[in-house]
Write a protein that binds this ligand. Structure first.
Ligand code: PLP
Length: 446
């Protein structure tokens, strides 16, 4: 295609590195989300450096970055305060003790202060780990085994939740009573007995299932706003319904805020929507780009860990790099007016894209909240995975992605991911993006 020819021309050094990488790294990249099967066609750009809101690849192409590491670079690349804090902490303390230390308390206090549903928190290494802990803790706490999860949500790669993310609706059965489908090979099918999968934003099916089996349900896990099927916001009252009904049946409500944490508001989606879960998982934004995750919850929900009746362990949990990064990131995020300013910036980008698609008669709409959103190419609103798989125009999204990439604007190539705006993107980044978008959309409809 014309894109491939142009891309190969401007990414010759990336091509070389991809060939070399593919010898020693399966798929040529460290995560399957970074390589060919995930839309990075014909191969991903290899990055030379990130700085603030920008990335430069090894061929010298510069991009305004809305990929943001798939979410963690909430403060942009190499934020001086966080980078300095981590380097200083390593100099001052070391990296890993296998014992507690004071900076860990400081980091925990700041997270507890920020997030409404968190009275106590444990730091760990990745979102997948945090989710695995949350689910098992909920089972241990309630003495029940069923977990309800929703189609199109992604909760990491652990067996217990690696189900029904982007499954073919034909395999998954009727929308009001989907059957669990593993998201990839290798997941023991016996685990399907421990899961109920539902369509999101569908109050009736949720209430019906809880009425039938609520007494067996340990937990309901949900993204508080969905960012693994493009962007889908909860319909008014839906999160509150999940809250009320789980409480009624003694099941725990887990908000997986790995993406939404610290994003719409300092206290995440739970602050923004005003609904407080029992357990919360955090990662991505939490460490300002350093690898850290957390499981937090109310005193009741964390009690088994506190009393030593549930062993949550991990050699690298709460290491110095993590706690220094969390502590510094929480300080930066506490700046008054930061979120309002950032939402206004994200809204300007979203409004600009709305106007550009409308002027061109393209069926599209923007869904999101300030610092994370998606441009849906669809002729009707999408409220869950079934809608997305039926109505989203993925081919149009690919063309738009490609035209933007060639114009120096980078985001994930798939319609079912989203665009992140950091807290250091500027008005001129937005202006440049909209200028590129005007041309790119015109080219993409051809
Ligand atoms: N939960 C959600 C909502 C996510 O988006 C992700 C990753 O994208 C995860 C969990 C898994 O986190 P990690 O990739 O850090 O294991």
């Amino acid at each position: 295609t014309a894109f491939e020819i142009e891309y190969e021309r401007r990414a010759a050094l990336s091509r070389k590195l991809f060939t070399r990488a593919s010898q020693v790294i399966p798929g040529g990249a460290g995560s399957s989300a970074r390589t060919v099967g995930f839309g990075w066609h014909p191969y991903p750009p290899f990055i030379a450096e990130g700085r603030g809101s920008r990335l430069r690849d090894v061929d010298g192409n510069e991009y305004i970055d809305y990929l943001l590491g798939l979410g963690p670079m909430i403060l942009g690349h190499r934020h001086p305060v966080v980078t300095r804090a981590v380097a200083d902490a390593i100099d001052e303390y070391g990296t890993c003790f296998g014992l507690p230390y004071e900076l860990e308390i400081e980091a925990a206090e700041k997270v507890v202060d920020a997030v409404p549903g968190i009275d106590q928190v444990r730091f760990t290494n990745s979102g997948s780990e945090a989710v695995g802990t949350a689910v098992r803790l909920a089972r241990a706490t309630t003495g029940r085994r069923l977990v309800i999860r929703f189609e199109g949500h992604y909760h990491g790669w652990q067996d217990v939740v690696y189900w029904s993310n982007h499954v073919d609706p034909e395999l998954a059965g009727p929308a009001d009573q989907p059957r669990p489908v593993p998201s990839g090979p290798g997941v023991p099918l016996e685990l399907s007995d421990t899961l109920i999968v539902l369509s999101w934003n569908d109050p009736e099916s949720f209430v019906r299932v809880m009425r039938e089996r609520g007494d067996e349900v340990a937990a309901v896990i949900t993204e508080a706003a969905v960012f693994n099927t493009g962007c889908i916001l909860p319909e008014p009252g839906y999160l509150q319904l999940l809250r009320d009904v789980t409480r009624e049946y003694g099941a725990l409500l887990i908000f997986d805020e790995v993406i939404t944490g610290f994003r719409f508001a300092r206290g995440g989606a739970q602050e923004y929507f005003g609904v407080t879960p029992d357990l919360t998982t955090l990662a991505k934004g939490l460490g300002g780009g350093f690898p850290v995750a957390a499981i937090g919850g109310t005193l009741d929900a964390m009690r088994l860990i506190a009393e030593g009746r549930y062993s949550h362990s991990g050699t690298y949990n709460a290491n110095v790099i993590q706690c220094a990064a969390v502590s510094a990131t929480m300080d930066v995020l506490a700046e008054p007016g930061l979120y309002e300013r950032q939402r206004a910036l994200g809204d300007r980008l979203a409004d600009g894209l709305r106007a550009l698609t409308a002027e061109r008669g393209i069926d599209a709409y923007v869904e999101g909240l300030g610092t994370v959103f998606q441009l849906w190419f669809a002729n009707r609103p999408i409220k869950n995975w079934r809608d997305a798989s039926a109505y989203a125009d993925e081919a149009m999204f690919t063309r738009w992605f490609q035209e933007m990439l060639l114009r120096g604007v980078l985001f994930h190539p798939l319609q079912f991911e989203n665009l992140f705006v950091s807290l250091v993107h500027t008005d001129s980044d937005i202006d440049e993006t909209l200028t590129a978008a005007a041309d790119a959309l015109t080219a993409a409809v051809r």
